[in-house]
Design a protein around this ligand. Structure first.
Ligand SMILES: Nc1nc2c(c(=O)[nH]1)N[C@H]1C(S)=C(S)[C@@H](COP(=O)(O)O)O[C@H]1N2
Ligand SMILES: [Mo]
Length: 283
């Protein structure tokens, strides 16, 4: 199994179920160079402020009162989280964010796995890791730090829309509940990507739509488990109660109405990859 993207020529296109042709991707080298220089600079400043702020909070003893919904150990872990995907997988490209005024109501696109209505109260996110099964309520996901981002959702059909999303980082969910580790170790002790399952799959409750992810993309800081869209709870058509949104892949991977998450040793089956699209579908 390799992560290298097959060339466009290798990709059979099934026109009967065609979500469209790919849009051209911006000049990535230039972008990465710019981001790297900028993040080195801002990273240095942020580190300085971080140390100062931490010392200040310790001195005044008010650190434990910030964000009272979360316990102290959890918050400490999450501070450490910001750099985790970079630490484990190297520098990862960040997609641009936009002013909130530019956010639009996205069209409803793709209804596979969305038949009927979800009973939000009865909904659970079921997680399978090896033999272990756990399930989580929406409230457990809402308790994680809320991230808002105004980013572009890009469909392989060639359109894109700027949307204001609200939810939790997938990496925060995995780290808070020690999910995705191959040997039952803890995220706090994890320093190498090899400790993690290399792939995961997200599936609708009826098993009809499913997307495969490599772990590096899953723990990217702009990969969110979203429960809000443009400041409102997600509607059923846009994936209530919980959908994925990621800036590192085309819209086909931003699965609506997640019911299950499973970890895999190899690339898991993916709905659109089985219909001729690139499995990775990276941007
Ligand atoms: N369950 C489910 N999720 C899905 C799809 C789908 O058919 N079923 N389509 C995908 C595609 S192709 C796109 S572009 C986005 C669109 O999200 P939106 O309907 O919120 O605009 O959802 C993605 N997630
Ligand atoms: Mo799409």
């Amino acid at each position: 199994m390799s992560d290298s993207r097959p060339s466009a020529a290798d990709e059979p296109i099934n026109t009967s179920q065609n979500p469209g042709t790919a849009t051209p991707v911006a000049n990535v080298d230039e972008e990465v160079g710019r981001l790297t220089r900028r993040s080195l600079f801002t990273g240095g400043i942020a580190a300085g402020f971080g140390v100062a702020a931490y010392a200040w909070l310790q001195w005044f003893g008010i650190d434990k009162r910030v964000d009272s919904r979360l316990g102290w150990p959890l918050r400490r872990m999450l501070e450490f989280n910001a750099a985790v995907s970079e630490k484990l997988f190297g520098i990862q490209h960040l997609a641009p964010e936009f002013p909130r005024e530019q956010a639009q109501e996205p069209r409803e696109n793709g209804h596979v796995g969305l038949v009927g209505q979800v009973q939000i109260d009865a909904w659970r996110l079921r997680v399978t890791s090896g033999d272990a099964q756990r399930s989580f309520t929406l409230e457990q996901i809402r308790q994680l730090p809320k991230i808002e981002m105004v980013t572009e959702l890009k469909c392989v059909e060639g359109w894109s829309q700027i949307v204001h999303w609200g939810g939790a980082r997938l990496v925060d969910f995995l780290r808070e509940y020690d999910l995705g580790l191959r040997d039952g170790s803890h995220w706090m002790e994890t320093t190498v990507a090899q400790d993690l399952w290399p792939y995961l799959q997200l599936i609708t409750p009826d098993d009809d739509y499913y997307v495969g992810f490599d772990m590096a993309s899953a723990i990217h800081p702009q990969t969110l488990l979203c429960y809000e869209m443009n400041g409102q709870p997600l509607t059923q058509e846009h994936g209530a109660p919980l959908r994925l949104v990621t800036t590192v892949k085309y819209g086909i991977k931003s699965i609506k109405r997640i019911g299950q998450l499973k970890f895999f040793p190899d690339r898991p089956p993916d709905y659109w990859a089985q219909r001729g699209y690139d499995w990775f579908a990276g941007l």
